[in-house]
Design a protein around this ligand. Structure first.
Ligand SMILES: [Zn+2]
Length: 180
């Protein structure tokens, strides 16, 4: 990304701003490139209109800064409308994640996966020839349930994922070692 001549002036412009507009086409391009052109939650390639997910939603931001969420803020963190708080997301993941920042697994709540702080492969693996996205940590399991990665119901993500697998578009080439 940094080596692309087209992106450099865009990145310089965005770096001067303290607030980023999620509808700005340049901003969307940067978020998409940073995500290697796939949903940062389920890794679906960008095949439709993708959305800018707020990792910590607007409505939770003050609680976040006040230390009231499970996930603690970093010093000087900018948001909620900032590149540091944005994730490239398919409409399914963004639509089910909504305002949530944590989810209950058993008796405890755990934070959801934060693509700005952790790598996908630390928390998830693919199973059954990539059809299922399975959490392997507490954060991963909480996110798998909250976002409904493997929701078998009609309108869930499995149909589109299966089609993408058959067409050779899923998972992205850089993620093919993360499954069994
Ligand atoms: Zn997704």
């Amino acid at each position: 990304m940094a080596g692309s001549p087209g992106l450099r002036p865009v990145l310089e412009r965005l770096a001067r701003l303290s607030r980023h507009d999620p509808h700005d086409p340049d901003l969307r391009m940067v978020v998409q490139a940073r995500a290697q052109d796939a949903c940062e939650y389920c890794l679906m390639p960008t095949v439709m209109r993708f959305e800018i997910d707020h990792v910590i939603p607007h409505g939770r931001w003050q609680n976040y800064l006040d230390g009231k969420l499970l996930v603690q803020p970093h010093l000087g963190e900018r948001g909620p409308d900032h590149l540091d708080n944005f994730a490239w997301s398919c409409s399914f993941c963004n639509g089910t994640k909504r305002e949530q920042t944590s989810w209950r697994v058993g008796r405890q709540r755990f934070s959801l996966f934060n693509p700005r702080r952790a790598r996908w492969s630390e928390h998830f693996v693919f199973a059954d020839h990539f059809l299922f996205v399975v959490g392997v940590t507490e954060i991963g399991r909480a996110t798998e349930r909250a976002v409904g990665f493997n929701d078998p119901r009609r309108g869930g993500p499995l149909g589109a994922r299966h089609r993408a697998i058959v067409e050779g578009r899923y998972p992205p080439p850089w993620a093919r070692d993360w499954g069994y």
